[in-house]
Design a protein around this ligand. Sequence first.
Ligand code: CUA
Length: 342
Amino acid sequence: MGFRIRPPKGLAFLLLIIAVLVLFLTGCASNDPQNALTPVGPVGQMEAGLFTTIFWIAVVVFIIVEALLLYTVFRFRRRPGNDGMPAQTHGNTALELTWTIIPVLILVGIAVPTLTTIASASNIPTGPNALKVGVVGHQWWWEFDYPSQGVVTADELHLPVGTKVALTIQSADVIHSFWVPKLGGKMQAIPNQVNQMWLQADEIGTFDGQCYQLCGTSHANMRFKVIVQSQADFDKWMADQKTVPAKPTAAEIAKGYQVFTTGPCVGCHTIEGTDAKAKIGPNLTHFGSRTTIAGAIMENNPQNLAKWLEDPPAVKPGSLMPNYHLTKDQVTALVAYLESLK
Ligand code: CUA
């Protein structure tokens, strides 16, 4: 007796494949902060919709092709006593036309929504209602500036809910890639080139972003947050960012100010209202108002900031801010000063 599989077993195999697919899709539906399949804005929704459409077309094609394949394998398998050469055929015009025309129709069906999505995703809003934000990738942190408001910040991009945002994406050093999975597709940050994209967040909340292009030692530590606020909260945040911090008077904070403005810090950083005006590192004018530090890899609190200042490359490998071997007193004073910059 030869090897035999009865049809019900083939059917069971097909059902197993479908069950695995369903499980896989259920896994994707969870509410994780970087899930591009649960978008919260029109650009992300357009792109996820395109993905879903093409995915289901592919599932139908997969099932039909696999079913035909399995049917053929079992139906025309070698049987005992059947040792001769099978009937040989050459050419079948109807069949060849069918398997040419059907794929052409499928590809046209995919091309049309793909092209319209590309057109909508590249249609950068220009009106007065669109918020303009400049994004600059640095090794290894993101800078965000609001040219119309004259505000520069880092690590955390604040946006008002339901507003179209026109982004210009640039790089200060190597190629990076800007990506907030829940808001929309990624865009490369390329030295000496200005790329553009647009986003809109339709939900208040905090969404994680990250650099998507291998850009050196701490590529994985080049994260950021998108903080989506109500228009009123965003306006308040913006008004706070526009203020210039007063020269501190409280003892420990004033000491930190002294350490900062007379030390190596001024070689790289800007703090409005002081002589620190360099643009190599993040602008620290409102450092204390941020929830994260060091490329959004740590919560912004005095312990983490002290750890960071004591030895930056130990926290973020390859950090361009070197270990300045600050004394414990200097670190404590700097922490007090920087955290006071709300
Ligand atoms: Cu920047 Cu990876």
